[in-house]
Design a protein around this ligand. Structure first.
Ligand code: FPP
Length: 283
C-alpha cells in the first residue's frame, strides 16, 4: 500500500505536467487551439442554451429548425468538453416551464431528444462519457423516459466527462424535492433537523457527487439564470454571451473559458489573505 502510494507520488513528480492543455488536431485541419493552464480550467461548466427561436425567426424558419440547429451546437460543445478534459458539463435542455410552449414546439423538442439519445449513445459510451439526467424523468413521455433511462444505465460506470442534461428540470422544484427527502429521513428517525448539513442537502440534489458549478454560460444575451441550478451556481462565475445558441461553437466556448480563467475568484474572501491573517482592515 505504502509502496504503491510512493510510486504514484514519484510518477507525478517525475512526469512533466503540461503547461497548457492543447487540443488535438481539429477535424477541419486548423491548428490546435492553445488552451488554458490546467489549474485554470473550470471543473464544472453549466450552459443555458438560449436563442434557438430567435435564430430560426431571423431566417424565416419555424422554431423547431432553431432547436434542430441547436442540437448540432450541443453535439460540438459536448465533444469539445470531452476533448478539453472538462470534468462535468450540465446543459439546460428542457425546463418544467417549457411544457407551456405550443404543442408543435414541445413535440419537436421531444423528437430531437429521442433522436439525439438514439444516435449519439454509442459514441458517447465509447468516449467513456457518463450521462445523468437532472430533473423529473417520470414526467417525460414514455419513449423519452425509456431512452434516457437506457442511456444512464449504459453509461453509469463510465469515468470520463460527466454529461448532465437537465430535462423537465426546475431549480425550485429540485430544492423542494431535497427538503422533502430530508424531512422524510427526519420523520423516519434517521436524523435530527439540526443535524442536517450542507453535505446532506447536496446529497439529495440531482447533482449529488458532482463538483459545484464553476462557470455558468448563457447565450443569446439574456442576463438571468432562469431557475437553473440555483444551489450549485452559488459561487459560479457567469458569462452572458450575446451569440444565439445555434451559432455557438468551439471558438466561442474557448473565448468564454479564457475569460473565466482570467477572473479572480474570491468566494467572499479577500485576495492574498488566508483565514488566519487578521489585518487591521478585516479584523
Ligand atoms: C432556448 O431557446 C432553448 C430551449 C428551450 C431548448 C434547448 C434545446 C436544445 C438546444 C436541443 C435539444 C436538446 C437535446 C438534449 C437534444 P429558445 O427557444 O427559448 O430561444 P428564444 O429565446 O430565441 O425563443
Amino acid at each position: 500500500m505504502f509502496a504503491e502510494k510512493l510510486s504514484s507520488m514519484l510518477n507525478r513528480l517525475l512526469k512533466p505536467q503540461p503547461k497548457y492543455i492543447t487540443v488535438a488536431a481539429r477535424p477541419d485541419g486548423a491548428a490546435p487551439e492553445r488552451m488554458l493552464p490546467p489549474d485554470r480550467m473550470p471543473a464544472h461548466v453549466a450552459i443555458i442554451m438560449d436563442g434557438n427561436g430567435r435564430w430560426a425567426q431571423n431566417r424565416g424558419l419555424p422554431r423547431s429548425a432553431g432547436h434542430a440547429s441547436g442540437t448540432e451546437a450541443l453535439r460540438d460543445i459536448i465533444r469539445a468538453s470531452d476533448d478539453w478534459g472538462i470534468q462535468a458539463l450540465s446543459l439546460y435542455a428542457f425546463s418544467t416551464e417549457n411544457w407551456a410552449r405550443s404543442k408543435d414546439e414541445v413535440n419537436a423538442l421531444m423528437g430531437l431528444l429521442l433522436k439525439y439519445f438514439n444516435s449519439e449513445i454509442d459514441e458517447l459510451d465509447e468516449k467513456n462519457v457518463c450521462i445523468r439526467i437532472l430533473g423529473d424523468i417520470d414526467g417525460l413521455p414514455e419513449p423519452q423516459r425509456e431512452a434516457v433511462e437506457r442511456a444512464m444505465e449504459r453509461t453509469r460506470d463510465n469515468t470520463g466527462l460527466k454529461l448532465n442534461i437537465a430535462l423537465n428540470y426546475g431549480g425550485h422544484a429540485e430544492l423542494l424535492r431535497a427538503a422533502q427527502r430530508l424531512a422524510r429521513r427526519v420523520q423516519a428517525g434517521e436524523m435530527q433537523p439540526e443535524e442536517i448539513t450542507k453535505e446532506d442537502f447536496e446529497a439529495e440534489l440531482y447533482t449529488a457527487g458532482l463538483p459545484p458549478v464553476d462557470l455558468l454560460i448563457r447565450t443569446s444575451g439574456e442576463v438571468r439564470t432562469s431557475n437553473f441550478l440555483p444551489w450549485q451556481t452559488a459561487y459560479a462565475e457567469m458569462i452572458f454571451d450575446p451569440v444565439l445558441w445555434p451559432d455557438y461553437d468551439r471558438a466561442h466556448y474557448l473565448k468564454n473559458l479564457r475569460e473565466y480563467a482570467a477572473r479572480d475568484r474570491r468566494y467572499g474572501g479577500v485576495k492574498g489573505e488566508t483565514c488566519g491573517e487578521n489585518t487591521e482592515e478585516n479584523s
